[in-house]
Write a protein that binds this ligand. Structure first.
Ligand code: NDP
Length: 279
């Protein structure tokens, strides 16, 4: 069994990106729009700022009050859409209840939508011609590639069907020629499907839901889940301590998918800047 080292891989990708950025005639720019005072959102956004600085990406946090109207927020997004100094725009979710998240996400220019949540980017992905990928699935594919996981012809099971993780990772695995099954809370024979999966991606938000007895021996197990217990300790959707003895390759939580997710956001920003330059 090998434990995927998300930290080492993220650092490697970051250092590659730093080299790319240093050689570019312009500095890639990432703007994060933060509305209100949600403590978790503040932490995420400042993490993104730190990641950007490490790589040499210019970043700005636009802090807007909780009371901002939807129209004002849409105007702010449009301002950055039009400003060629900025190549990536993220609007940190969740937004206050009086603002329609979908309308705001749709306002981001698809070319600058580094989170990959715009319906145009989702459609491009599902049509097999992705422009911007959501970071978590992009990071998972990078991990599978780095660890030379053979995907073609394998049975891949994705548990979870969210727009940000489950659906896009299923499509990326399909594009890599896996035979893909997507399971969710209404799936009836879940454990049977798990037992048959060569590649198992779990993104459900249920603390240590998948146990060692469920998993096919030798399977590649990617755990996206981030669940905090009463003591504040982070756990995945997979019971790492037991499943690691059955899997051939497994991601830990923390130290796995999360770190790659952050790094892939930076990669998308650099890619967007390169596209803006036509290189
Ligand atoms: P969502 O809540 O949007 O989706 C959860 C999905 O899991 C749904 O499709 C749901 O089914 C399915 N599900 C829930 N319970 C079960 C169950 N018992 N059996 C089968 N399927 C189930 O979650 P996200 O995709 O946003 O996130 C999933 C997890 O990944 C969370 O823990 C989140 O914190 C974490 N996460 C981690 C990231 C990282 O960087 N490491 C990034 C993004 C998320 P249904 O559709 O039927 O309701």
């Amino acid at each position: 069994m090998t434990v995927i080292d998300g930290k080492a891989l993220a650092e490697r990708v970051q250092s590659e990106l730093k080299t790319v950025v240093a050689s570019m005639p312009i500095q890639p720019g990432l703007v994060a729009i933060l509305v209100g005072d949600d403590p978790a959102s503040k932490i995420y956004v400042s993490g993104k700022e730190k990641d950007a600085a490490k790589i040499g990406i210019k970043s700005e946090i636009v802090r807007l009050p909780e009371t901002i109207t939807e129209v004002e927020l849409l105007e702010t997004v449009e301002k950055y859409n039009q400003d060629s100094n900025w190549h990536g725009i993220i609007v940190q979710l969740p937004l206050p209840k009086h603002i329609n998240e979908e309308r705001v996400l749709m306002k981001i220019s698809p070319e600058k939508d580094v989170d990959g949540f715009h319906p145009t980017n989702m459609g491009l992905l599902w049509s097999g011609h992705p422009l911007m990928l959501p970071s978590t699935p992009a990071g998972i594919m990078e991990m599978l590639k780095a660890y030379n996981v053979e995907i073609e012809g394998k049975n891949a099971l994705v548990i979870g069907r969210s727009n940000i993780v489950g659906k896009p990772i299923a499509q990326l695995l399909l594009m890599a020629n896996a035979t893909v099954t997507i399971a969710h809370s209404r799936t009836k024979n879940l454990l049977e499907l798990v037992k048959n999966a060569d590649i198992l991606v779990v993104a459900i938000g249920q603390d240590r839901f998948i146990k060692s007895g469920d998993v096919k021996p030798g399977a590649v197990v990617i755990d996206v889940g981030m669940n905090r217990d009463a003591a504040g300790k982070l756990h995945g959707d997979v019971d790492f301590n037991s499943v690691k003895d059955v899997a051939s390759l497994i991601t830990p939580v923390p130290g796995g998918v999360g770190l790659m997710t952050r790094t892939m956001l930076m990669k998308q920003t650099v890619e967007a800047a390169k596209r803006a330059l036509n290189v």
